[in-house]
Design a protein around this ligand. Sequence first.
Ligand SMILES: *Cc1c(COP(=O)(O)O)cnc(C)c1O
Length: 246
Amino acid sequence: MSTPENALSVATTEIEFRKALDAVYENIAAAAERAGRNPADIRLLPVSKTVAEERMRAAFAAGMTAFGENKVQEAQRKAEAMADLGAHWAIIGPLQSNKTRNVAEFAHQFQALDRIRIAGRLDQQLQEFNRTLEVFVQVNASGEETKSGIEPGEVEDFLEQLQAFKNLEVKGLMTMALHSDDEAVIRKCFTTLRDIRDDLSHRRPALIGDGELSMGMSNDYMLAIEEGATVVRVGSALFGERDYSN
Ligand SMILES: *Cc1c(COP(=O)(O)O)cnc(C)c1O
Protein backbone atom coordinates (compact mmCIF):
# COMPACT_ATOMS: atom_id res chain seq x y z
CA MET A 1 0.00 0.00 0.00
CA SER A 2 1.23 3.47 -0.78
CA THR A 3 1.10 6.55 1.35
CA PRO A 4 1.00 10.01 -0.18
CA GLU A 5 4.44 11.34 -0.93
CA ASN A 6 5.54 14.47 0.83
CA ALA A 7 6.11 16.28 -2.42
CA LEU A 8 2.43 15.95 -3.23
CA SER A 9 1.27 17.38 0.06
CA VAL A 10 2.21 20.86 -1.07
CA ALA A 11 0.63 20.79 -4.53
CA THR A 12 -0.79 24.21 -5.22
CA THR A 13 -0.20 24.86 -8.90
CA GLU A 14 -1.81 23.24 -11.91
CA ILE A 15 1.50 21.57 -12.80
CA GLU A 16 1.93 20.13 -9.32
CA PHE A 17 -1.62 18.82 -9.35
CA ARG A 18 -0.98 17.24 -12.75
CA LYS A 19 1.91 15.35 -11.24
CA ALA A 20 -0.17 14.22 -8.30
CA LEU A 21 -2.94 13.15 -10.63
CA ASP A 22 -0.54 11.29 -12.92
CA ALA A 23 0.88 9.39 -9.95
CA VAL A 24 -2.58 8.29 -8.81
CA TYR A 25 -3.62 7.33 -12.35
CA GLU A 26 -0.45 5.26 -12.67
CA ASN A 27 -1.37 3.40 -9.49
CA ILE A 28 -4.89 2.90 -10.76
CA ALA A 29 -3.59 1.47 -14.02
CA ALA A 30 -1.15 -0.84 -12.23
CA ALA A 31 -3.83 -2.15 -9.87
CA ALA A 32 -6.23 -2.66 -12.77
CA GLU A 33 -3.58 -4.57 -14.66
CA ARG A 34 -2.92 -6.85 -11.70
CA ALA A 35 -6.62 -7.68 -11.67
CA GLY A 36 -6.93 -8.07 -15.43
CA ARG A 37 -9.24 -5.06 -15.59
CA ASN A 38 -9.46 -2.15 -17.99
CA PRO A 39 -8.25 1.03 -16.23
CA ALA A 40 -10.87 2.97 -18.20
CA ASP A 41 -13.55 1.22 -16.11
CA ILE A 42 -12.31 2.94 -12.96
CA ARG A 43 -13.17 6.54 -12.15
CA LEU A 44 -11.32 8.73 -9.72
CA LEU A 45 -13.32 10.98 -7.42
CA PRO A 46 -10.95 13.56 -5.91
CA VAL A 47 -11.98 14.32 -2.32
CA SER A 48 -11.45 18.00 -1.63
CA LYS A 49 -12.78 18.44 1.90
CA THR A 50 -10.92 21.19 3.79
CA VAL A 51 -9.12 22.22 0.57
CA ALA A 52 -9.40 25.95 -0.21
CA GLU A 53 -10.89 27.34 -3.38
CA GLU A 54 -7.64 28.53 -4.93
CA ARG A 55 -6.05 25.08 -4.78
CA MET A 56 -9.25 23.48 -6.03
CA ARG A 57 -9.21 25.77 -9.05
CA ALA A 58 -5.66 24.67 -9.81
CA ALA A 59 -6.73 21.04 -9.35
CA PHE A 60 -9.62 21.59 -11.73
CA ALA A 61 -7.28 23.11 -14.32
CA ALA A 62 -5.12 19.98 -13.94
CA GLY A 63 -8.06 17.79 -14.86
CA MET A 64 -10.08 17.16 -11.71
CA THR A 65 -13.59 17.98 -12.86
CA ALA A 66 -15.48 16.25 -10.04
CA PHE A 67 -15.08 16.84 -6.33
CA GLY A 68 -16.19 14.79 -3.33
CA GLU A 69 -17.02 16.60 -0.10
CA ASN A 70 -18.32 15.12 3.15
CA LYS A 71 -19.94 18.26 4.59
CA VAL A 72 -22.95 19.72 2.84
CA GLN A 73 -22.38 23.33 3.83
CA GLU A 74 -18.75 23.34 2.76
CA ALA A 75 -19.68 21.65 -0.51
CA GLN A 76 -22.47 24.09 -1.33
CA ARG A 77 -20.36 27.10 -0.47
CA LYS A 78 -17.64 25.84 -2.82
CA ALA A 79 -20.09 24.89 -5.56
CA GLU A 80 -21.49 28.41 -5.52
CA ALA A 81 -18.08 30.08 -5.41
CA MET A 82 -16.86 27.92 -8.30
CA ALA A 83 -20.07 27.76 -10.31
CA ASP A 84 -18.16 29.11 -13.31
CA LEU A 85 -16.19 25.83 -13.52
CA GLY A 86 -19.17 23.57 -14.10
CA ALA A 87 -17.63 20.92 -11.84
CA HIS A 88 -19.48 17.82 -10.66
CA TRP A 89 -20.21 17.78 -6.91
CA ALA A 90 -20.52 14.57 -4.90
CA ILE A 91 -21.56 14.43 -1.25
CA ILE A 92 -19.80 11.43 0.27
CA GLY A 93 -20.56 11.85 3.97
CA PRO A 94 -23.62 11.27 6.17
CA LEU A 95 -26.59 13.52 5.51
CA GLN A 96 -28.94 14.91 8.15
CA SER A 97 -32.53 15.54 7.23
CA ASN A 98 -32.21 19.30 7.67
CA LYS A 99 -29.59 19.32 4.88
CA THR A 100 -31.40 17.30 2.22
CA ARG A 101 -32.83 20.43 0.59
CA ASN A 102 -29.35 21.85 0.10
CA VAL A 103 -28.18 18.63 -1.51
CA ALA A 104 -31.26 18.51 -3.74
CA GLU A 105 -30.49 22.05 -4.83
CA PHE A 106 -26.90 21.72 -6.02
CA ALA A 107 -25.31 18.27 -5.75
CA HIS A 108 -24.95 15.84 -8.62
CA GLN A 109 -24.28 12.76 -6.56
CA PHE A 110 -24.81 11.43 -3.04
CA GLN A 111 -22.73 8.43 -2.05
CA ALA A 112 -23.78 7.75 1.53
CA LEU A 113 -27.46 6.92 1.24
CA ASP A 114 -28.50 4.57 4.04
CA ARG A 115 -31.90 5.80 5.23
CA ILE A 116 -35.18 5.59 3.35
CA ARG A 117 -36.52 8.69 5.06
CA ILE A 118 -33.60 10.68 3.68
CA ALA A 119 -34.19 9.18 0.24
CA GLY A 120 -37.84 10.23 0.38
CA ARG A 121 -37.03 13.79 1.37
CA LEU A 122 -34.38 14.07 -1.32
CA ASP A 123 -36.74 12.74 -3.96
CA GLN A 124 -39.48 15.16 -3.06
CA GLN A 125 -37.16 18.16 -2.92
CA LEU A 126 -35.46 17.15 -6.17
CA GLN A 127 -38.89 17.21 -7.80
CA GLU A 128 -39.38 20.76 -6.56
CA PHE A 129 -36.07 21.77 -8.12
CA ASN A 130 -36.76 19.67 -11.22
CA ARG A 131 -33.46 17.87 -10.70
CA THR A 132 -32.20 14.33 -10.37
CA LEU A 133 -29.44 12.99 -8.13
CA GLU A 134 -27.14 10.03 -8.61
CA VAL A 135 -27.04 7.90 -5.48
CA PHE A 136 -24.90 5.12 -4.09
CA VAL A 137 -26.28 3.01 -1.26
CA GLN A 138 -23.78 2.86 1.57
CA VAL A 139 -23.30 -0.62 2.94
CA ASN A 140 -21.71 -1.59 6.22
CA ALA A 141 -19.43 -4.24 4.75
CA SER A 142 -17.09 -4.31 7.71
CA GLY A 143 -19.52 -5.66 10.28
CA GLU A 144 -18.47 -2.89 12.67
CA GLU A 145 -21.30 -1.66 14.84
CA THR A 146 -20.41 1.99 14.73
CA LYS A 147 -20.08 2.26 10.97
CA SER A 148 -22.80 3.89 8.97
CA GLY A 149 -24.36 2.03 6.10
CA ILE A 150 -27.04 -0.58 5.85
CA GLU A 151 -26.41 -4.21 6.63
CA PRO A 152 -25.54 -6.52 3.71
CA GLY A 153 -28.71 -8.56 4.26
CA GLU A 154 -30.88 -5.46 3.91
CA VAL A 155 -29.48 -4.09 0.66
CA GLU A 156 -32.00 -5.78 -1.62
CA ASP A 157 -34.98 -4.57 0.36
CA PHE A 158 -33.53 -1.07 0.56
CA LEU A 159 -32.97 -0.92 -3.20
CA GLU A 160 -36.52 -2.16 -3.75
CA GLN A 161 -37.87 0.72 -1.68
CA LEU A 162 -35.71 3.20 -3.60
CA GLN A 163 -37.50 2.30 -6.82
CA ALA A 164 -40.41 4.49 -5.76
CA PHE A 165 -38.18 7.56 -5.90
CA LYS A 166 -38.01 8.60 -9.52
CA ASN A 167 -35.66 11.55 -9.08
CA LEU A 168 -32.98 9.37 -7.51
CA GLU A 169 -30.78 7.56 -9.99
CA VAL A 170 -29.24 4.50 -8.35
CA LYS A 171 -25.66 4.03 -9.52
CA GLY A 172 -24.52 1.25 -7.22
CA LEU A 173 -23.04 0.58 -3.80
CA MET A 174 -20.50 2.35 -1.62
CA THR A 175 -18.54 1.27 1.42
CA MET A 176 -15.75 2.36 3.71
CA ALA A 177 -13.30 -0.36 4.69
CA LEU A 178 -12.14 -0.90 8.24
CA HIS A 179 -9.06 0.95 9.36
CA SER A 180 -6.64 -1.91 9.65
CA ASP A 181 -3.02 -2.82 9.07
CA ASP A 182 -4.18 -6.22 7.93
CA GLU A 183 -4.61 -6.23 4.18
CA ALA A 184 -6.83 -9.31 4.35
CA VAL A 185 -9.26 -7.52 6.65
CA ILE A 186 -9.52 -4.56 4.27
CA ARG A 187 -9.89 -6.80 1.25
CA LYS A 188 -12.71 -8.66 2.95
CA CYS A 189 -14.78 -5.43 3.16
CA PHE A 190 -14.30 -4.90 -0.55
CA THR A 191 -15.11 -8.46 -1.56
CA THR A 192 -18.23 -8.37 0.61
CA LEU A 193 -19.49 -5.34 -1.31
CA ARG A 194 -18.59 -6.91 -4.66
CA ASP A 195 -20.36 -10.16 -3.77
CA ILE A 196 -23.54 -8.25 -2.91
CA ARG A 197 -23.34 -6.39 -6.23
CA ASP A 198 -22.65 -9.57 -8.21
CA ASP A 199 -25.56 -11.39 -6.59
CA LEU A 200 -27.99 -8.53 -7.22
CA SER A 201 -26.75 -7.89 -10.77
CA HIS A 202 -27.49 -11.53 -11.44
CA ARG A 203 -30.87 -11.87 -9.73
CA ARG A 204 -32.28 -8.34 -9.63
CA PRO A 205 -30.47 -6.29 -12.29
CA ALA A 206 -33.19 -3.64 -12.43
CA LEU A 207 -32.52 -2.66 -8.81
CA ILE A 208 -28.85 -1.84 -8.93
CA GLY A 209 -28.43 0.65 -11.78
CA ASP A 210 -24.99 0.40 -13.29
CA GLY A 211 -23.82 -1.81 -10.43
CA GLU A 212 -21.02 0.57 -9.60
CA LEU A 213 -18.77 -0.05 -6.60
CA SER A 214 -17.46 3.05 -4.82
CA MET A 215 -14.73 1.77 -2.54
CA GLY A 216 -11.15 2.63 -1.73
CA MET A 217 -9.51 5.79 -0.34
CA SER A 218 -5.92 7.06 -0.37
CA ASN A 219 -4.48 4.22 1.65
CA ASP A 220 -6.44 1.36 0.13
CA TYR A 221 -7.63 2.31 -3.36
CA MET A 222 -5.28 -0.10 -5.10
CA LEU A 223 -6.63 -3.01 -3.08
CA ALA A 224 -10.15 -1.80 -3.82
CA ILE A 225 -9.44 -1.76 -7.55
CA GLU A 226 -8.04 -5.27 -7.38
CA GLU A 227 -11.35 -6.27 -5.79
CA GLY A 228 -13.55 -4.52 -8.34
CA ALA A 229 -13.95 -0.84 -7.44
CA THR A 230 -15.35 1.28 -10.26
CA VAL A 231 -15.05 4.53 -8.28
CA VAL A 232 -12.22 5.36 -5.88
CA ARG A 233 -12.52 8.33 -3.52
CA VAL A 234 -9.06 9.80 -3.09
CA GLY A 235 -8.29 12.83 -0.93
CA SER A 236 -4.93 13.06 0.80
CA ALA A 237 -3.00 11.25 -1.95
CA LEU A 238 -3.95 14.15 -4.24
CA PHE A 239 -4.25 17.13 -1.92
CA GLY A 240 -1.93 16.18 0.93
CA GLU A 241 -2.75 15.77 4.58
CA ARG A 242 -5.85 17.65 5.56
CA ASP A 243 -5.56 20.83 7.58
CA TYR A 244 -8.55 21.18 9.90
CA SER A 245 -7.16 24.26 11.64
CA ASN A 246 -9.08 26.89 9.71
C1 LIG B 1 -12.32 11.90 3.38
C2 LIG B 1 -13.00 10.77 2.67
C3 LIG B 1 -12.34 10.06 1.65
C4 LIG B 1 -10.90 10.35 1.22
O1 LIG B 1 -10.02 10.04 2.24
P1 LIG B 1 -8.43 10.02 1.97
O2 LIG B 1 -7.93 9.03 2.95
O3 LIG B 1 -7.94 11.39 2.22
O4 LIG B 1 -8.22 9.59 0.57
C5 LIG B 1 -13.03 9.05 1.02
N1 LIG B 1 -14.29 8.74 1.35
C6 LIG B 1 -14.96 9.38 2.32
C7 LIG B 1 -16.34 8.98 2.63
C8 LIG B 1 -14.34 10.42 3.01
O5 LIG B 1 -15.00 11.06 3.98
